[in-house]
Design a protein. Structure first.
Lengths: 325, 305
C-alpha cells in the first residue's frame, strides 16, 4: 500500500509538472506579453516598457524564464493578478473552498444516487421501470450543464421560490445570522448548483453502474451467495454491488476533469464564487495569471482526487490492496 | 485509404455466404434494427441538411434586422415561428445558421482529435517499450488537466480572438488524449496477431503493416469514441460560448443564441428556449447513435473490458 501510494504520488507530481510546462508554453506561444496587451504600446515610453519587462524577468532567455516559472509555481506563487491588484494565488485561494464544497457535494450525491439507481435497474433489467430509468438517464446525461442550470433556476428559484438563484450567501442577512443560520444559508445557496452537477453525475454513473452490476450478476460468487440462502436484497446490495463498484470508482476518478469543466459553467450561471467563476471573470478582464493559475490548480485538484479514488479503490478491492494488480 | 481495406480479411471467403455477411454488414444491420439509434441518425441527417441548405430554408438573412423598434423581442408568430431577438433578428433563421457553426465546430474538431489520437496511439502501441511508456505517461498527465479551464486560459492568452478555426483546433488538440489510449491498447493486441507476424515474415514494411493490417481493426472502436466525442464537444463549445469564451460575433452558435436570450429571459423566453432545445436534441441524437453503434459493433470488434 505504501509503495502504491508513493508511485501514485510520483505520477501526480509528473502531471502537475506537465500542466505547468504546458501553461508556460502557452503563455509564450500567445501573441504579445502582459505588457503589450494591457498597456497600449504607442503611448507608453518604450524605455518604461522595457523596464517593466525587465522587472518581471521577461527579457531573460526562455530556459531561464521556464526555470523561474517552475520554481515560482512550486512555491505556490502564481504571479500578480492584473485586475485584482493582489496575487493570483490569493484570488484562487479564496475561490478554492467554494469549488471544493460544490464539487465534493456533487460527487458524493452522484456517486451514492448513481450506484443505487444503476444497481436497482440491473436487478430488474428489461422491465418497464428499467427502460424508463435508462431513457431518463440518457436524456439527462446529454444535457449541457449550463442549460440544466438555467432550467433549475427558472423552475426552482423563480417559479417555485424554493432556493436562491445565485451567489453563495445572502449578502444582506448572512452576517446577522447565528452560526447555524449561516451554514443553512450557504447550504440553501449550494442546493441548485450542486443539484445541477449531481443530476448529470447520477445519470452517467447509473449508466455505467447498471452495466457493471449486469456483468457481475452471472458470476459464480453470486450463485454461491444465492445458494447459501441469502435474500436477493443482500445478494444484490452487499455482494454484487460491492464488486461492481470497482469499475465505477475508477470511472469516477477518470471523470474528475470533466466534472471540473461542468463546474466551471455551473458556477458561472449561479454566480457561485468558485474557481470556475474566477477563471471566467478573469477571461473578461484578460487577467491571464488567474486563468493560467486556475488551470494548474485544477490539475493539482484532479491529481489529489485521483489519488483519493485510488485509495478508495484499494479499500473496496482487496486485490489492489495486496498489490496483485 | 481504400475502402477495400475496411472489410476484414476473409470477407471474400465463399463460406461467409453461408455463415453470414461481413462484420460490417452485420453491424449495419444491427444498427438498422436499433430504432432509437436510427431515430438519432435521421435527426442528425435532418439537422446537417438544414445546416447545409441554410440559405435556402431559412426564412430571413442571418443578420437581418427588419425593424429594430417594432419587431424587438417579438413573440413567436406565423412570420417568425420562434420569435425575434432584441435586434429584431429572426430566431429560427439564427438557429438554422447557428447549426452550421455548432455542427461544423463539433465534427471538424472531433476529426482533428480522432486523427491525432489515432496516429499518436498507433505509434505508441506499435513501437512499444520505452517509447510507449514515455508517450503514454504524457497522455496520462494531459488527461488530468481540466480541458475547460485550459481552453479558457488559451482564449485569454490569445486575447479572446481565437476565431472559429482556432476554436476547432483547440478543441481538437485537447480532445485526442482518450482516443490515443484506446487506439494504443487496440494496436498492442493487434500487433500480436498471427497475420501481422505473417505480414512481417513476408517482408512488409512497418508503415504497410500499420496502415493495412492494424489500423483497419481500430476503426470501429474509434468511430464509437468519436461519435460520443461529438456530443461532448457540442456541449463544451456551447458552454464556452455561453461564458463568452467560444464563438464570437458576428458568428453565432447555439451557445451564443442561448446566451443572448438570457438577458431578457423573463420577458422573451423564446430566444434561449429554442436554442437550448436545438442543443439538447442534437446532443441526444448523437448519443443515441453512439449507443447504437457501440451495441452494433461491440460483439465482434471491441475488446472485452
Amino acid at each position: 500500500m505504501r509503495r502504491f501510494l508513493a508511485r501514485r504520488l510520483a505520477h501526480g507530481v509528473l502531471v502537475v509538472f506537465v500542466a505547468t510546462t504546458l501553461a508556460f508554453l502557452l503563455i509564450h506561444m500567445a501573441p504579445g506579453d502582459p505588457f503589450s496587451s494591457t498597456l497600449s504600446s504607442e503611448r507608453v515610453d518604450p524605455v518604461a516598457l522595457a523596464n517593466w519587462r525587465a522587472a518581471y524577468g521577461l527579457d531573460r532567455s526562455l530556459p531561464e524564464q521556464y526555470g523561474r516559472f517552475l520554481a515560482q509555481a512550486a512555491r505556490g506563487d502564481l504571479g500578480p493578478s492584473i485586475s485584482g491588484g493582489r496575487p493570483a494565488a490569493d484570488v484562487l485561494g479564496d475561490a478554492l473552498p467554494y469549488t471544493l464544497l460544490l464539487m465534493g457535494t456533487a460527487l458524493l450525491l452522484s456517486f451514492v444516487l448513481g450506484t443505487a439507481l444503476g444497481a436497482w435497474q440491473a436487478a430488474r433489467r428489461g422491465s418497464a421501470a428499467d427502460k424508463m430509468a435508462s431513457t431518463a438517464s440518457l436524456v439527462v446525461a446529454s444535457l449541457p450543464e449550463f442549460w440544466l442550470a438555467v432550467v433549475l433556476i427558472l423552475t426552482l428559484a423563480y417559479r417555485v421560490r424554493l432556493f436562491p438563484s445565485g451567489g453563495a450567501i445572502d449578502a444582506a442577512m448572512h452576517d446577522a445570522l447565528p452560526p447555524v443560520g449561516r451554514i443553512i444559508d450557504i447550504l440553501r445557496h449550494l442546493a441548485l448548483p450542486a443539484l445541477t452537477l449531481a443530476m448529470l453525475g447520477t445519470a452517467s454513473i447509473a449508466r455505467y453502474q447498471r452495466a457493471a452490476v449486469l456483468e457481475v450478476l452471472p458470476l459464480d460468487f453470486v450463485r454461491t451467495a444465492r445458494a447459501k440462502g441469502l435474500s436477493e436484497r443482500v445478494v444484490l446490495w452487499r455482494h454484487a454491488l460491492r464488486n461492481a463498484l470497482v469499475p465505477t470508482i475508477v470511472l469516477a476518478g477518470l471523470s474528475l476533469p470533466t466534472l471540473f469543466g461542468g463546474a466551471v459553467f455551473v458556477e458561472q450561471v449561479f454566480a457561485w464564487p468558485g474557481m470556475g467563476r474566477a477563471a471566467a471573470t478573469a477571461f473578461a478582464a484578460r487577467d491571464y495569471q488567474i486563468v493560467v493559475g486556475a488551470t494548474i490548480l485544477g490539475a493539482v485538484l484532479v491529481v489529489v482526487g485521483g489519488i483519493m479514488t485510488d485509495v478508495l479503490h484499494a479499500a473496496v478491492d482487496p486485490r489492489v490492496r495486496h498489490g496483485e494488480r | 485509404m481504400a475502402t477495400a481495406t475496411l472489410v476484414p480479411a476473409g470477407a471474400g471467403d465463399p463460406r461467409d455466404a453461408v455463415v453470414g455477411a461481413s462484420p460490417w454488414r452485420v453491424a449495419l444491420h444491427a444498427l438498422y434494427r436499433d430504432r432509437s439509434a436510427m431515430a438519432g441518425l435521421v435527426m442528425i441527417f435532418l439537422l446537417a441538411a438544414l445546416a447545409l441548405a441554410a440559405p435556402l430554408v431559412a426564412p430571413y438573412a442571418p443578420n437581418a434586422q427588419p425593424d429594430i423598434i417594432a419587431l424587438k423581442n417579438a413573440a413567436p408568430s406565423l412570420a417568425h415561428p420562434f420569435g425575434t431577438d432584441e435586434y429584431s433578428r429572426d430566431v429560427l433563421t439564427r438557429i438554422i445558421y447557428g447549426a452550421r457553426v455548432s455542427l461544423s465546430i463539433a465534427f471538424l474538431s472531433v476529426m482533428v482529435a480522432a486523427t491525432v489520437g489515432t496516429a499518436y496511439g498507433a505509434i505508441a502501441g506499435y513501437a512499444g517499450g520505452a517509447v510507449d511508456t514515455a508517450m503514454m505517461r504524457l497522455v496520462d498527465a494531459l488527461l488530468s488537466i481540466p480541458v475547460v479551464l485550459l481552453l479558457i486560459a488559451v482564449a485569454t492568452l490569445w486575447d479572446g480572438r481565437l476565431g472559429v478555426v482556432g476554436l476547432i483546433l483547440m478543441l481538437g488538440l485537447t480532445g485526442w488524449f482518450g482516443v490515443s489510449r484506446l487506439v494504443r491498447s487496440l494496436v498492442m493486441s493487434a500487433r500480436a496477431d498471427e497475420f501481422v507476424t505473417a505480414a512481417r515474415a513476408l517482408g512488409a514494411s512497418h508503415a504497410r503493416i500499420v496502415a493495412l493490417h492494424i489500423l483497419p481493426q481500430v476503426i470501429s472502436p474509434v468511430l464509437v469514441a468519436a461519435t460520443l466525442a461529438v456530443g461532448n464537444v457540442i456541449v463544451i463549445e456551447a458552454g464556452l460560448t455561453y461564458l463568452g469564451v467560444g464563438v464570437q460575433p458576428p458568428h453565432a452558435s447555439w451557445g451564443s443564441i442561448f446566451h443572448d436570450g438570457m438577458n431578457s429571459l423573463a420577458s422573451s423566453w423564446w430566444v434561449s428556449l429554442f436554442a437550448g432545445v436545438a442543443l439538447v436534441i442534437t446532443v441526444l441524437a448523437v448519443n443515441l447513435v453512439a449507443d447504437g453503434l457501440r451495441e452494433a459493433l461491440n460483439a465482434r470488434q471491441l475488446p472485452a473490458r
